[in-house]
Design a protein around this ligand. Sequence first.
Ligand code: DWN
Ligand code: ZN
Length: 406
Amino acid sequence: MLCRVCQSEISQFMSFGDMPIANGFLTDDRFESEYFFELAPSFCNRCNMFQLIEQPEPERMFHENYAFFSSISRYMQIHFKAFADFVMERVLDGRNDPFVLELGSNDGIMLRNFKDAGVRHLGIEPSSNVANVARSQGIQTLSEFFNLDLAERVLREHGQADAVLAANVMCHIPDINTIAAGIARLLKSDGILMFEDPYLGDMIEKTSYDQIYDEHVFIFSATSVTWSFGQHGLELIDVIPQITHGGSMRYVLAPEGSHPVSQNVNDLLEKEQAQGLHRKETYDQFRRNCEASRDALRSVLELLQNSSKRVVGYGATSKSTTITNYCELGPEHIEFISDTTPIKQGKYTPGMHIPVKPYEVFSRNYPEYALLFAWNHAQEIFEKEEGFKKQGGKWITYVPKVEILE
Ligand code: DWN
Ligand code: ZN
């Protein structure tokens, strides 16, 4: 297998085994024909990109029934308002009739802030159901996959972009060279590319291996972003850590030489060296950490199962598909998973087929334990689940370590 960035020979350093589509929540008549692939990560010694060996076809993951709606979290709405404000202040301020392009704009959670401010904008969102939500709110959205042809069309119809944005999107696109070339073509000579994604340093530090699933073909670091986008004349000029999704990084890039490079970039590159993100041994240790985490979580749930305790999952996240399948947790361990997303409710989780039920089923009859699959939203969830705790309910978490919270 060749690295998706630099075409060096790469091989997997571990396997999570056969995995279904992470967001492929399904009805029971689909169990027989469910699709599986081998989820196996790899690390390129040359360009330092952490990547999946195999990724299913994009159409299997992003389609008219895409199950994740960004606006489901109140905190994420606040986060994206702040992201948009940051772009308006740092990039758009003082520019004449600026144009903002967002890749993977989902239900318009970020672009709605530009729309409200009267800024020219366009979202590219291949999953048509979430794109339709954005359109219904007057947010300009095209429901297509981004590629060089589309970049040319956007250029013809809207002109060059002052800012190209992406949040939790860039790490989903396997053909990173085409994307980077397309963005380089679209950006004004003083334009800015900003994207944020789960950060490799956080994932390694916290053993949050549930960031690894079909959609996340890459887990970026400052080192790998410098390499991959540098090939296309885009320079990393700033990095800003984010607490979202359990530890993310916002990367700010610009046409080479057009902007000063912040000291933050060098500091983070040095930190990544010190953390050993370039060393094979780091990933061997990560594999051992994943195995230990899996064994610990299984033990806790088997113990609770043997003492007939009620355990319910909280948040049918994409991430939970990696956890339940890798740890082999099924309905015998987890009665159901509570989730507020209507399209997931009444269905079963991919692979392990745990029922997904509306939140009210959880709150009407609290279980003794709730396994927090949406651990990245812990603060928001703990705030609204005082009632569960008051009734003696206990949370089980597994990031950064498996524990029952007292
Ligand atoms: O990168 C991606 C991120 C941004 O979103 C995508 N590949 C897919 C998705 O990943 P995820 O499914 O792991 O994201 P979340 O935000 O951790 O999912 C939270 C899930 O939990 C949603 O299904 C909604 C649900 N939820 C809930 O039931 N009650 C969430 C909150 C905050 C709640 O209070
Ligand atoms: Zn490489």
